[in-house]
Design a protein around this ligand. Structure first.
Ligand code: HEC
Length: 187
């Protein structure tokens, strides 16, 4: 009988130390959260800080909210400048909706791919068009600097990761932006 006592004592120690360990883990909880987020996807691309600046610099001037151009005569109405292919890239809903080509592809009247297919860059023309040969009329951008290899990689990875916009919504205004004489001149 006497022999069991030390074992009982050991058992008690084991329980006591494991509850100390539990307690210790709980105390470490606040630090554990960011570490978890990192392990989820350390390469997750942020749309607002990594993708949109590229689009804004190289795509949006031809793919934005329709706007009224400077009127020829004072008091007259300026002509409306529409987004190319009716594709706007200045807001989430427009980026997802696509333009004229996307509409035809969806309707089945034209072969091709949609502007943006979350999860599949190879089925997203907003990415694949940037890789077309320069002489192709669908090469994007049609004018101005091409995307660099690094920029293409960011765009491709963002789409393949599911095209997560995070909190970003962008411009939702569907009206024609009136001419603003104080705005910097458009090319
Ligand atoms: C200088 C003007 C211009 C710039 C800058 C430009 N585009 Fe375009 N984009 C066009 C024109 C013109 C078309 C229509 C082409 C056609 O139908 O032949 C078009 C069409 C598109 C379409 C087809 C959308 C649809 O569903 O109809 C996509 C996608 C596209 N552009 C992506 C881009 C991307 C991405 C960039 C930036 C890397 C960009 N564009 C920059 C002029 C431009």
């Amino acid at each position: 009988m006497k022999k069991t006592l030390p074992y009982l004592a050991l058992g008690f120690l084991a329980i006591a130390s494991s509850s100390i360990a539990d307690h210790h883990e709980e105390a470490a909880e606040p630090d554990a959260t960011p570490a978890k987020a990192e392990t989820a996807d350390p390469n997750a691309i942020n749309f607002a800080t990594q993708v949109y600046p590229i689009l804004e610099a190289k795509c949006v001037k031809c793919h934005e909210q329709p706007y009224e151009k400077k009127p020829r005569k004072e008091g007259a109405k300026g002509r409306t400048k529409k987004p190319k292919s009716k594709y706007r890239m200045d807001g989430k809903k427009f980026l997802l909706a696509g333009g004229t080509i996307t509409a035809k592809v969806i309707a089945g009247t034209e072969e091709g791919i949609s502007a943006l297919t979350p999860g599949d860059a190879s089925k997203s023309s907003m990415y694949t068009y940037t890789n077309l040969p320069e002489e192709d009329e669908l090469h994007m951008p049609t004018k101005g600097d091409d995307l660099t290899p690094e920029e293409k990689e960011i765009l491709k990875n963002w789409i393949n990761q599911g095209a997560n916009f995070g909190e970003w919504i962008g411009n939702e205004d569907e009206s024609i932006r009136p001419y603003d004489p104080d705005a910097p001149a458009k090319s």
